[in-house]
Write a new protein. Structure first.
Length: 381
């Protein structure tokens, strides 16, 4: 079976885990946590980056820093993971879903402004597949309506928008280091803050609502409860595993890009013949090959293709069930305007195996089996 995903591992990851254990500092904010945070700051060219236990928790921290309260509204796409919405619903917000663009599966920036009301507090663009949303337009709308922008860049580490790292364009950016991501600590994430005005409160929220970070830096002689917060610090063991990958981040990126391009070039004839659709990368967007997906004609065809590929020992996956169609989505949110593309496109999309060190022969085999499916199907039809 060609696996859908294989978590990455760096050459020094296990050595660093052993070091973390022998240092007898395996809880949060040890040396490896700090080194990972420093790597993010340097590579993303941002002054504040806080390693967290998940991207979910990074989003929750962002919601608190946005001062989300009951009655506030937050705009986002329905085609996203539940954490994007949960982070704001937890604080009483109403989620306002906006339709997506069919080319990138990202929020349609042209529909955001008409969803803004006097209750709107924030916009949450989700950079699907590591391909940037149209951030210039989104930031312009946010500026004119005094809205916070929280980038859900869970899939966007090492992706850029006109040369700027995803996660650094809005007020806050949230990364994921889940095992399915390009760089993994099993479970983990990071919160990026634009500007120093959020630094102190972010530290306090992340440290259970205390000023414990100041205490460890010797800035106060004892620490105490200062604000609401929770325990968002990952273990230094997890950070040690992640650091080993950060050290070869460009190697991982290049390897994934080669697989992505091999898929694209191999499947392009099928797309040109009208059997499938391939991902689109807009001008100014440099993606990180987080995933490679194709679009079938409809749900029925996708279901047949999944079954066919499984019978050929290829593991594939569809993706999000749009949140506005879910029970909680109907309870906590509303869809603004027409669902022209969100549901339809979500039913067509199929993700192919993609991971660091995916073999060229395996990519070629997947391509050949997809081609076999469509050519045989055409004969049957």
């Amino acid at each position: 079976m060609i696996s859908f995903n294989v978590p990455p591992c760096g050459p020094n990851s296990f050595r660093y885990i052993k070091e973390a254990v022998f240092r007898r500092h395996t809880c949060g904010d040890g040396e490896f946590t700090q080194r990972c945070s420093q790597w993010i700051k340097l590579n993303c060219e941002i002054s504040n980056a806080f390693l967290t236990t998940s991207c979910t928790h990074a989003l929750e921290m962002a919601a608190m820093l946005c001062a989300i309260e009951p009655g506030d509204e937050v705009i986002m796409p329905a085609y996203t993971f539940v954490s994007t919405a949960n982070a704001f619903v937890l604080h009483g917000a109403k989620v306002v879903f906006v339709d997506i663009r069919p080319d990138t599966m990202n929020i349609d920036e042209t529909l955001i402004e008409q969803a803004v009301t006097e209750k709107t507090k924030a916009v949450v663009p989700v950079h699907y597949a590591g391909v940037a949303c149209e951030m210039d337009t989104i930031m312009d709308i946010a500026g004119r309506h005094n809205l916070k922008v929280v980038e859900d860049a869970a899939q966007g580490v090492k992706s850029t928008y006109y040369g700027k790292a995803l996660g650094t364009l809005g007020d806050f950016g949230c990364f994921s280091f889940h095992e399915t991501k390009n760089y993994s600590m099993g479970e983990g994430g990071a919160l990026l803050c634009h500007g120093s005005r959020y630094t102190e409160r972010a530290e306090i929220i992340r440290e259970k609502g205390t000023n414990r970070s100041k205490f460890f830096r010797g800035q106060v002689d004892k620490y105490t409860w200062m604000d609401c917060g929770s325990s968002y610090l990952p273990s230094d063991i997890n950070a040690a595993f992640l650091l080993g990958q950060f050290e070869i981040a460009d190697v991982i990126l290049l390897d994934r890009m080669k697989s992505w391009e091999r898929y694209y070039n191999g499947l392009l004839p099928l797309a040109e013949e009208g059997f499938i659709e391939l991902p689109a990368i807009p001008e100014g967007c440099a993606h990180n090959a987080h995933m490679f997906y194709i679009k079938a004609k409809d749900l029925e065809e996708r279901t047949e293709l999944i079954s066919f590929l499984k019978s050929r020992y290829i593991e594939t996956a569809f993706h999000y069930i749009p949140l506005h169609n879910a029970p909680a989505g109907k309870r906590f949110g509303v869809f603004a305007g027409e669902d022209k593309y969100t549901t339809r496109e979500s039913e067509r999309l199929l993700r192919l195996p993609m991971y660091y060190e995916l073999q060229e022969d395996d990519v070629d085999y997947v391509v050949s089996m997809i081609r076999e499916f469509y050519l045989n199907r055409e004969v049957r039809v």
